[in-house]
Design a protein around this ligand. Structure first.
Ligand code: GLU
Length: 300
């Protein structure tokens, strides 16, 4: 049964690639007829952008801006392996911010950065900003700064449809997979959850493979991420009982206050002009849950 599921999962990866291709930006040749009624996503580039007090912005002005994100999280940060196209809510938030900073798609250099490498990539200048299910917390604020929050998620569990795990309490004695450097992995290791094994992987897609192969009993991370996998894997479901708060922020190099202000302005602009909701509807909203009220930006 497990083996059959693996084959099905492989087919699903293929289907995902096709779906992602169909979600191209306006005017792209691979726009699918089925997507004709989907909201079109494009953002006016602010050609007069001026963030000269920002060392990071000043360095990349007129060149390319390097944006870090995820590539294996459907509807959030996803890279179509066959076309290289990026899609998802995080990717759209990043495009909105880039547009406000004066960069169009041709002047964006996308870089896939896993959970574990975010702080080092931001500190070293490997990326100029990061948008990828990045929870704002005090520990991380010691190393990086955050714009936002732009979305509120919560930790949840992905399990087999016939699993006896029905609530977060049921993971006692079970094997659970999450990702190195993530808040969900740290939390699940707390004594009170009593898991038999907390397996650490480099990405959530690998955890889903472990679940499909029967090597773990559950995958844990943000509900947003898990729903993307559940939508692609018939035999899996998300409990829908979040047990943490994960406010998503835009990762920035520590101390670049001018860039943080500009990023916060950009988020507020696109919340007000409706682009935030359009992006949600075209990505995370595919799960059927209507767009929530966007969180208030925290100018700490
Ligand atoms: N939001 C959580 C975190 O920042 C989990 C998702 C992720 O690993 O990106 O750690």
């Amino acid at each position: 049964m497990k083996l059959r599921r693996t084959a099905a999962a492989a087919a699903v990866v293929l289907a995902m690639a096709v779906t992602a291709t169909a979600c191209g930006k306006e005017g792209s040749p691979d726009d699918d007829k089925k997507d004709k009624d989907a909201p079109k996503l494009s953002y006016e580039v602010n050609t007069a952008a001026d963030v000269k007090d920002s060392p990071v912005w000043s360095k990349v002005k007129g060149k390319k801006i390097k944006i870090g994100t995820k590539a294996d999280q459907p509807n959030l940060g996803y890279e179509d392996p066959s076309t290289g196209k990026r899609s998802g809510f995080d990717v759209e938030i990043a495009r909105m911010i880039a547009a406000e900073l004066g960069f169009d798609e041709q002047h964006i250099e996308w870089k896939t950065v896993p959970t574990e490498a975010r702080e080092t990539q931001l500190s070293s200048g490997g990326v100029d900003f990061y948008v990828g299910t990045y929870t704002i917390n005090d520990e991380r604020k010691k190393q990086v700064d955050f714009g936002g929050p732009y979305y509120l998620a919560g930790q949840d569990l992905l399990v087999d449809k016939d699993s006896d795990i029905k609530t977060p309490e049921d993971i006692k004695g079970k094997k659970v997979c999450s990702v190195t450097g993530s808040t969900p992995l740290k939390r699940i290791k707390e004594k009170k959850y009593g898991v038999a094994k907390a397996k650490a992987q480099q990405g959530y897609q690998l955890c889903v493979q472990d679940l499909n192969n029967g090597q773990v009993d559950a995958v844990t991370t943000d509900d947003t991420i898990l729903k993307g996998y559940a939508a692609q894997n018939d035999g899996l479901r998300v409990l829908g009982k979040p047990f943490s708060e994960e406010p998503y922020g835009v990762g920035l190099k520590k101390g670049d206050k001018a860039l943080r202000d500009a990023v916060n302005d950009a988020i507020e602009t696109h919340q007000k002009n409706g682009n935030w909701k359009k992006a949600y509807d075209a990505t995370l909203g595919k799960s059927g849950i209507p767009a929530p009220t966007p969180p208030k930006v925290d100018r700490y």
